[in-house]
Design a protein around this ligand. Structure first.
Ligand code: HEC
Ligand code: CU
Length: 354
């Protein structure tokens, strides 16, 4: 491809992705209506929403991003214009003589001083944004612990008897700051909910903190933004910002242990689960207490499976269990070889985990 065509293509692609980010297609993303965030009806929110903010922890970061984008674009334009002038201006004899005797240096001095001052200004602005978003405006209403795993997110609420765990889903009450304590179980990952906060790394052996706050109800998509292995791209999660009453209802439901299955099939399914799945997965209120994989006590209450890889439907659920390696190659869950009868039993048991 000729350089000119490649350049034109790059410009067109850039314009298209910027356009898509600013004007999301209808149905591709939307905000939840009040009270709706808790239901599973809402569609996915694309990550392209990094160009707007929905909470005070993201606001200063967004302004910084736009300012830097503007300054960088301006620098590009200035350099391009100067380059064009230099290319098309015909040199005169005197110019050569002037250059050789050190002429034109004043331009270099001025240029260096201007860019030094600009860079210092940007550094100070960046530090002030860091300071601004370091602490929430008031005491966090809630603390949640998020632990990153290859390639999913464990979310722990409460401690002691009120503790429960979920995966790839963070529920928060609307309008209040929530402190997210960030840990990693294996490699370095990074926690990012573009509309609610800047990026924060999760580092093995150390604990980071990031506060988030959503000013209105909605589902906000988050993503791991530190390359962490083959399934890095499928390491998403969702933040559900709910009115307090909805949040409380969700919280109370999550705290309950799984009920014992009553059907013969469900009981067989639980036994099978305890033999084949419990080494990795836990179900509160049963013998299954694995720690290396998502807690499945309320797996049916989740909208997505496998860190945002598939929508949680009964078909996708069973498909995932038997073909995880096809759906998310390299994931740390093996394909579970279940006979049709066994699959039926497991499915009946999982249907009780709502
Ligand atoms: C060797 C450990 C291991 C075994 C055994 C295992 N799993 Fe998993 N499972 C995982 C891991 C790890 C994940 C997270 C995968 C990801 O998102 O990349 C997972 C994810 C899942 C999920 C998706 C949960 C969510 O919220 O996204 C379901 C459902 C599931 N497993 C069911 C089962 C069932 C049922 C069995 C037994 C038939 C089973 N698993 C056996 C490790 C295991
Ligand atoms: Cu990651």
């Amino acid at each position: 491809m000729s350089p000119v065509r490649r350049f034109a293509l790059t410009v067109v692609q850039g314009a298209l992705s910027l356009g898509a980010a600013l004007h999301p297609l209808d149905g591709w993303a939307r905000e939840a209506a009040p009270g709706e965030a808790g239901s599973l009806a809402s569609g996915p929110t694309p990550l392209a929403y990094f160009l707007r903010s929905k909470g005070p922890a993201a606001e200063p970061v967004l302004h910084l991003g736009w300012t830097l984008a503007f300054i960088c674009s301006l620098v590009c334009v200035i350099i391009a214009v100067m380059l064009l002038i230099a290319m098309f201006r015909r040199r005169k004899k005197e110019d050569h003589r002037a250059l050789r005797s050190g002429g034109g240096l004043s331009f270099v001095y001025v240029g260096s001083i201007v860019s030094t001052v600009a860079l210092f200004g940007i550094a100070i602005y960046m530090l002030s944004v860091l300071a601004e978003v370091a602490d929430p405006p008031k005491e966090p209403a809630l603390t949640v612990t998020v632990t990153a795993y290859d390639w999913w997110w464990k979310v722990d609420y409460g401690d002691g008897p009120s503790h429960f765990a979920t995966a790839n889903e963070l529920h928060i009450p609307v309008g209040v700051p929530v402190l997210v304590v960030l840990k990693s179980a294996d490699v370095i990952h990074a926690f990012w909910v573009p509309e609610l906060s800047g990026k924060t790394q999760t580092i093995p052996g150390s604990v980071n903190r990031q506060w988030i706050q959503a000013d209105r109800p909605g589902i906000f998509r988050g993503q791991c933004t530190q390359y962490c292995g083959v399934q890095h791209a499928h390491m998403a999660f969702e933040v559900y910002a709910q009115p307090q009453a909805d949040y409380d209802r969700w919280y109370a439901a999550q705290q309950r242990d799984a009920p014992a299955p009553t059907s013969a099939q469900g009981i067989r399914g639980r036994k099978l689960f305890e033999e084949r799945c419990a080494g990795c997965h836990a179900v509160a209120g049963s013998k299954s207490a694995g720690v290396q994989a998502p807690d499945l006590t309320h797996v049916l209450s989740r909208r997505l499976l496998a860190a945002g890889t598939v929508v949680n439907t009964p078909e996708n659920l069973m498909d995932w269990i038997q073909h995880a390696q096809e759906i998310k190659p390299g994931t740390l869950m093996p394909d579970m070889k279940l006979s049709p009868a066994e699959a039926g039993d497991v499915s009946a048991y999982l249907a009780t985990l709502r």
